[in-house]
Design a protein around this ligand. Sequence first.
Ligand code: ME8
Length: 661
Amino acid sequence: MKNYYITTAIAYTSGKPHIGNIYEIILSDSIARFKRFQGYNVFFQTGTDEHGQKIEEKATNKNQTPKQFVDDVAQIIKGLWDKANISYDKFIRTTDDYHEKQVQKIFKKLYDQGDIYKGYYEGWYCTPCESFWTESQLVDGKCPDCGREVKKAKEEAYFFKMSKYADRLKEYYNNHPNFVLPVSRKNEMLNNFINKGLQDLCVSRTSFKWGVPVDFDSKHVVYVWLDALTNYITGLGYDVAGNNQENFKKFWPADLHVIGKDIVRFHIIYWPIFLMALNLPLPKQVYGHGWLLQDGEKMSKSKGNVLYFDDLAEVFGCDAVRYYVLSEMGFENDGLVGWELMTEKINSDLANVYGNLVSRTIAMTNKYFNGTVENTFESDAVDQSLIEVVEGAYKKVESKFNELKISDAISEVMAIFKRANKYIDETCPWILAKDESNLNRLKTVLYNLCEAITVGTTLLAPFMPETANKVAKMLNTKLRTLDNVQKFGLEKQFNVTNSPEVLFPRLNLKDVMEKAEIIKEKQIKEYMQESKTEPNKNAKTEVSNKTENQAKAIIDFDTFSKAELKVGTIVNSEKVEGSEKLLKNTVKLGDEVRTIVSGIAKTYNPQDIIGKQVVVVTNLAPRKLKGILSEGMILCAFDEETNNLALVSPITEFKDGCEVS
Ligand code: ME8
């Protein structure tokens, strides 16, 4: 049996992963499941990346030791992976004893052989990215990777001689044109880093303790990326001393590392170079997928727009979420995720196409034949076209998997169900049922539908495993194997359930949005709670941004258009107890009514402003003022010299909810 080793990036244990992080795990899971179906002996590894300064700081803020902190988060992550039905074979943690020991030995070996040397680092440090930058690498004085503030740092440090391996790396790229997919990501790395000359990489830190200690120089801990990347070999039982475990012998080099586009550099430059230095074969392929964006934006807790798998799965179901993310994200581009988008797609693909097909087929089989149909061979020309689609599907799906075009693979499966629904329209079973002489033909029609569903569901199983098993049970059949997935008409008869479950009930957008609102409020509450226990970072950045803003730098149009401004009417206003400055206003913005707390009580009495039209910033993150959740900001003109203040209003009366731009 051929072996296949697939890995995901290991998730940072700095907090609960969002739907974008878990997309990659679901993607890898579907590939692993498909490979198993093809008969490969698959080893699927995922896990957690648990060291680093950010984690040390978070733990301190929570009055926990870093180990307690990562234990909790790793548990949450494992729980989420299990909820998403991830069929991993190994969940590695970088705090695992075996891993840590091997990291120390790897570091020592690289030092002993002269690839790592001791020196000084002077430059800029980005804590969230745990990366050093030179002045010229900064973009507008900020971290070129994440755009956040950097701080000046000078440290004694160990360095890895990257440039020594640059030519060999380029040669590997040339000889393995499919090493990195999509190819554009490799070109980006070549242009931005390798061709400009690789700089030696700082591979130890002294400014914090939460890492794998360098065992021959205890002031230093190993750079998190050197620690994290080696998980791919330590998880298999790689041993620097040469006593490799069976799994390592069987599965290394990896067939596929699945990662996000932001960490391609680490995987196609640093990782292969570390492996070259260890004299190990390089992975066969690295796939850098795009990002899932929340309605077009990067997800962030402070914006309150983070979507989590468990919340989404509670509303839509696990497999529907798996289906959505896999079909939405193309091979190269980013994908979009959001409550509305998901509702639409799940309704149109899963409720209307797949669910409907299964439920109609089962209902008709029960109605006309008490649940049992077999092939009576009363065929018609129209059958052939259905059979061709079903028999040809596996090859198409396989070819899409080979190219890692997973959303296209799903479309190929959905094509079976679409074709089968069309077959129902073409054959009109309800008309056949009216004439007894057509009953044998009707039996064949329903039998063909059951066959199409069985084959299609088999191919759907890597993406939606739970649903596939359910449907097989409903048809009282087994999913196909690789040998017979391209054959139509194998089953003798189908004996379907007489109490079918509705697989994907049609979703009502209003209900979904109400649930989403409750989840959002819960998230904001949690965020505020966290901010209370993490006074340092968030507070600091907010304050420093404020000071920067007062300097009123020029902003481009894109930045301006991120603010959503709308006309609203104040329909109620009252004083906030215990505050001289605040009024609690109820503002109507089209169909929506919001509570907005404003510091205008010294200028306006509540009764004076009821009925007034105002301009509201509607996409500000909600925040609590005097215990009241304020959902936006009413614009005012303000004279700093006189302290005069006036509400800003459209010059003529305007429809509520209209955008101001
Ligand atoms: O990067 N959409 O961990 P991580 C899709 N510990 N993928 C996304 C995403 C989004 N919106 N946001 C992040 C790390 N990702 C390191 C990896 S591997 C040796 C160490 C992806 O928890 C991201 O690209 O920040 C990465 O592949 C994965 O989620 C985990 O990100």
